[in-house]
Design a protein. Structure first.
Length: 378
């Protein structure tokens, strides 16, 4: 009788205990969300996604409790779900400005609000729907941030706060967003610099003819915001650091896209065909003819005071620093942002006077810039 009772007890315990080696959840208590195909996030580094967080089953965790075995999900799973829901709720004021729920994604350095239903991305047959395109741009933003940190010798701790990037398919949305988030009226591109930077861009196909040009606009404007935010939240563009502010944005445009299409002026940003290819021949020719402006003449201006003819030289000064004195770019930028006179800033970071800097730059141009633009193959 005792043996029979023991057998019954063991059998009861076997059914009550969680099954081991559950092939479905591998004993984690969690399995992929059955709605995962509708909100799977691509790319790496994403911390939050409003499309995933809106899932009623998983709330952005991408997993749900396993119903095949008795293993309970880890306690942090419920906490993660609540955190995603809280983040989603925090976006309500942003959505309210546009009067509808928007798509948002967040990583360590950016909040991206994305409202372009479809993008024709080169190399992607059929293009990308909104969710995938949003994550593509979040990943591109992170790549830009990594490059910026490397070039200026900065670290994550040096940034005052994240940058909010907003991309719109409707002009009317750009107009609403620019007033609310960048504090200026713009139907094209606008940004707010400083401790809480924001960029708002309308994907206007009359100006931004294809997706690559939208990407280029994002690179230019976000570079301004990163430079304004790093170390101190001070925008160098209105403290006589326009050459550095515009020059770096142009340098990334030129390096990544082979041309420059953007420049910034009072209240709104615009797009001009400044480039038509490399700026190297234009700068080289001016140096060879002795017609290049003096460094001090360009370096003493704010961003909005730079003339169209100043832009290639602002780019070239930064190009020179990136290619010849890269380790000094960050310290020089920091000195400019601290409102040090350019003579003092150069002496303290490059051990050069403005005239010595200009002479070294001229030598660099003659040795490295082509007199004629290279013809594209094919």
């Amino acid at each position: 009788m005792a043996a029979l009772t023991g057998s019954i007890l063991l059998l009861a315990l076997a059914f009550a205990a969680p099954r081991e080696d559950c092939k479905r959840c591998k004993d984690t208590g969690l399995v992929p969300c059955p709605e995962e195909s509708h909100h799977a996030c691509s790319g790496g580094g994403t911390l939050e996604c409003s499309i995933a967080a809106s899932c009623k089953l998983c709330a952005g965790t991408h997993t749900v409790p396993c119903t095949k075995c008795g293993h309970a999900p880890p306690p942090e799973h419920a906490a993660e779900m609540e955190a995603h829901r809280a983040w989603l709720a925090s976006l309500a004021p942003t959505d309210a400005v546009l009067g509808r729920p928007l798509a948002h994604a967040k990583n360590a350095h950016f909040l991206l609000t994305f409202d372009i239903p479809k993008l024709d991305v080169e190399g992607v047959p059929g293009g990308m729907a909104l969710h995938a395109a949003m994550h593509l741009y979040l990943e591109r933003l992170e790549q830009l941030h990594a490059r910026f940190e490397s070039d200026l010798g900065a670290s994550d701790a040096d940034f005052v706060g994240p940058t909010h990037v907003m991309l719109w398919s409707l002009k009317s949305d750009q107009e609403k967003a620019s007033l609310s988030f960048t504090r200026q009226s713009s139907s094209t591109e606008s940004k707010l610099m400083g401790a809480a930077p924001a960029v708002s861009i309308f994907y206007d196909r009359e100006w931004l003819h294809d997706e690559s040009e939208l990407h280029q606009a994002v690179v230019h404007q976000v570079t301004h915001c990163l430079l304004s935010n790093v170390w101190d939240g001070v925008w160098p563009g209105n403290i006589r650091g326009g050459w550095l502010d515009e020059g770096l944005a142009h340098a990334y445009e030129s390096s990544m896209f082979g041309t420059v299409r953007h420049y910034c002026y009072v209240e709104t940003d615009t797009i001009l065909d400044l480039g038509h290819g490399s700026w190297e021949p234009r700068v080289r020719a001016a140096v060879e003819r002795g017609e290049a402006p003096s460094f001090l003449a360009v370096a003493g201006k704010n961003t909005t005071d730079l003339a169209t003819d100043d832009q290639p030289f602002a780019w070239s000064y930064v190009d020179f620093l990136l290619r010849q004195r890269r380790a000094s770019l960050g310290p020089l930028a920091r000195a400019v942002k601290q409102k040090k006179p350019i003579t003092e800033a150069l002496a303290g970071t490059l051990q050069l006077s403005p005239f010595q800097f200009e002479e070294a730059w001229r030598t660099f141009v003659k040795e490295n810039y082509a007199l004629k633009e290279k013809k594209k193959r094919g």
